[in-house]
Every structure is written in C-alpha cells, then in structure tokens.
Design a protein around this ligand. Structure first.
Ligand SMILES: Nc1ncnc2c1ncn2[C@@H]1O[C@H](COP(=O)(O)OP(=O)(O)OP(=O)(O)O)[C@@H](O)[C@H]1O
Ligand SMILES: [Mg+2]
Length: 284
C-alpha cells in the first residue's frame, strides 16, 4: 500500500505490505488472511500470543517460506517473484539462535557478510562497523560461547546489520534478557536507526517495550491482525470502550482484550514458555 503525499513528491512505498497472506502447516492455518503495512522508517511491533502466526508471517516476508496465497511486498518488491531483491533489502534476527558458538564474534559477523553479498573489499570495514554498532569491538575475537545472553543477542544484531539493511526484522530480540540487557539492545537498534533511517519490524511479548519503542503495533491473533494503531491510540481506544474512570489501560490490557479467551486455550501461559527459552542458555 502506498500513501498519497501533498507536496508533489512520488508517494512513499511502504517497507512491507501483506495482503490476504495465508500459510498453513497441514491443518493448522498459521497465517490466515493477514493484511499489514509497515511504513518506511517506522518501528513497527507485531504482537500476539504464542502460536498467533508472527514467526510464520515474518518467514514469508523474509522469503524463507513461500507465499502460497496472498501477496507480500518489501519496498515494492514481490516476495515470490523478486526474492533476491527482497533479501538484499533486509536484515533478519530469527527467534532461534543464529550465532555459531564455536566461532568468534568477528567470524560470525564475517560469515553473514559473505552470505549477504557484502563486496569483498568492503567486508572487513563493514564487519568492524557492525561490531562497533553493538558495542562488541572489545569482545570480537572471543568465541561466542563465552558471551552472555545479552552479548549473543547483540552479536545477532551485528550479523543482521552487516549488510546495511533498509529493513531490520527482529523476532523476539530481547527474550530472556535481563532489563538492563533489554534496554541495551534497544539503544543499539535506535542508534542505528537514527543514523540510517532503517525501518524496524519487531515481535515481542514484552508489552512495556512495545509501548516505549514502537511507533505503531499490530495485535495478531489466530493468523490475523485484530487491532492496529499507535500504543497510545490502542490504549485510549480501550479506555473509551470500557468507559471507566481511572488510569489509562496498559498495552497489556489491550492485548488481553483482543486475544480474550484465546489466551486460555494455549497450553500454558506465554510467560512460562518465555522463561524456558532463556537466551543465556542457548549458546555452548
Ligand atoms: N514447522 C511447523 N510445523 C507445523 N506447525 C507449525 C510449524 N511452525 C509453526 N507451526 C504452527 O503454526 C502456528 C503459528 O506458529 P508461529 O510460530 O508462527 O507463531 P508465533 O506467533 O511466532 O508464536 P510464538 O510467540 O510462540 O513465537 C502455531 O499453531 C504453530 O504450532
Ligand atoms: Mg514466534
């Protein structure tokens, strides 16, 4: 989707557009008619309970999964017909660990530079830049298995940044990190954004992060977007509907309102799952 401009310039192309996206694993409709636009330059949060379809949708956007029905575009490039063009535009930090514990930080980032086609004569400089951007210069020549959970997540961020993406996609970048490490990851993301104007699409189960760092959020449930807006719009929208006096509802209240009974039929609370997947224990 594009937006009209009033100043006579060409309309801005959205960073991501999904229309009617569907993806099924057998009988499970993981993504079930997803409509979504991420604007150029914004930080967009894709929220939703376990199993909502966030990772599956992201994997379609990154071309790691095909688009069996519907349409996905990244800066106007079709994810089915122009896969290489799409891949060149994005950096991706997957939900699962993507760093190799047996390599040093620098070797991990260099590997991504090769895979993402960073030209040979620029590689060393870009690897250094990416490591510096996440504050890992001093630890660059240590094996990744000696890193703390926060350092591992920052290393994965460097891997995704080394190709200087216009769109950075992060699937739960702060899961299992302590509050200081979480803030630290966001500070690094925001510094790169400020310098480059990069668009960020992020999933998180931490509502406070979504509230603080995202320009807009979409609440996804059972494969579709159920609510969309700025955190402020969503909170005041719920307040109006509830019509009660008192403090503004939190984004967590909005989340519970949207996901409703759907949260109860998940096996276990999403907090439990979260705590079993601590980043710190994933390496080594
Ligand atoms: N490889 C797979 N094979 C079969 N089913 C899958 C596979 N990956 C995901 N699913 C199912 O698809 C649905 C959506 O899963 P997905 O991982 O996209 O959700 P999510 O929103 O990312 O959840 P979480 O918050 O736990 O990461 C779930 O019902 C899940 O069980
Ligand atoms: Mg996921």
């Amino acid at each position: 989707m594009t937006r009209n401009t009033t100043d006579g310039k060409a309309p801005a192309v959205d960073a991501v557009t999904c229309a009617g996206l569907r993806y099924s694993f057998g009988e499970t409709n993981a993504v079930d008619g997803l409509d979504l636009s991420v604007r150029d330059g914004e930080v967009f949060g894709l929220l939703g309970p376990n199993g909502a379809g966030k990772t599956t949708a992201i994997r379609c956007m990154t071309t790691l999964l095909p688009v069996p029905a519907g349409m996905v575009r990244v800066f106007g490039h079709d994810a089915t017909r122009e896969r290489m063009a799409v891949r060149r535009l994005l950096g991706y930090v997957p939900q699962q660990l993507s760093a190799d514990a047996g390599l040093t930080g620098r070797e991990n980032v260099a590997l991504f530079a090769r895979v993402f086609d960073v030209s040979r004569n620029e590689r060393a400089r870009r690897v250094d830049q990416a490591l510096a951007a996440v504050d890992l210069t001093a630890a660059a020549d240590r094996l990744a298995k000696t890193y703390s959970g926060g350092m591992v997540r920052r290393l994965e961020l460097a891997q995704a940044l080394v190709s200087a993406p216009r769109l950075l996609i992060l699937d739960e970048p702060t899961i299992g990190l302590d509050p200081i490490a979480r803030t630290n990851v966001w500070e690094h993301i925001n510094a790169v954004r400020a310098a480059t104007g990069m668009t960020v699409l992020v999933t998180t189960h931490y509502m406070d992060e979504a509230d603080q760092y995202c320009d807009r959020v979409a609440l996804m449930h059972r494969g579709r977007v159920r609510a969309l807006g700025t955190p402020e719009e969503l909170r005041s929208g719920l307040a109006q509907r509830l019509g009660t006096e008192g403090p503004l509802p939190t984004l967590e209240d909005v989340f519970r309102d949207v996901a409703g009974s759907g949260l109860d039929d998940q096996s276990g609370d999403f907090r439990d799952v979260r705590s079993t997947r601590r980043t710190a224990s994933r390496v080594g």
